[in-house]
Design a protein. Structure first.
Length: 159
């Protein structure tokens, strides 16, 4: 005996499954687009020795501290001197800790990571990143970051 009083349409469920799959794909694509941006793939070589407009700085250099953050006896600072910005780690540093500078031209949506540069002159020595020219453009910004031996990354605010 066949029940004809409540017919079931299989084309309706097929359309519904197709629509649901399409919505899931669209949502996934939107999440990928809306995800926070990160650094461009970079290495120390992308900014050392004059690459991309960077200029090497002495590890003992000091400038005006624009931003700083501290962790585990180390101070990570973003400094400026002579119209250029650079990152520096100093304090109770230990060999193997590192510093780098993030540089953005779009207000921090994407950035180039200049480094990392390892503390390599013994404990309690400072290390700097190469410097980059500063700009009055509000989208052109820098921040300094450091990695300590306890594997904690500490960054300054953007400047």
């Amino acid at each position: 005996m066949t029940n004809t009083s409540c017919p079931v349409s299989t084309t309706g469920t097929s359309w519904l499954r197709t629509a649901a799959a399409g919505a899931a794909i669209a949502l996934g694509a939107a999440l990928l687009i809306a995800a926070p941006a990160g650094p461009a793939a970079a290495s120390a070589g992308d900014c050392a020795g004059g690459a991309n407009g960077f200029v090497d700085v002495s590890d003992n250099a000091s400038g005006t501290v624009q931003r700083s953050a501290s962790h585990d006896g180390d101070t990570i600072s973003l400094q400026s001197a002579g119209g250029r910005g650079f990152a520096k780690i100093e304090g109770t540093t230990r060999s193997g800790e590192s510093v780098w500078m993030d540089w953005t031209r779009d207000g921090g949506h994407t950035w180039l990571q200049c480094g990392p540069f390892n503390v390599d002159r013994g404990d309690n020595s400072s290390k700097t990143s190469p410097s980059q020219a500063t700009s009055a453009d509000p989208n052109y910004r820098f921040r300094a970051c450091g990695l300590t031996l306890d594997q904690v990354i500490t960054c300054t605010d953007w400047w």
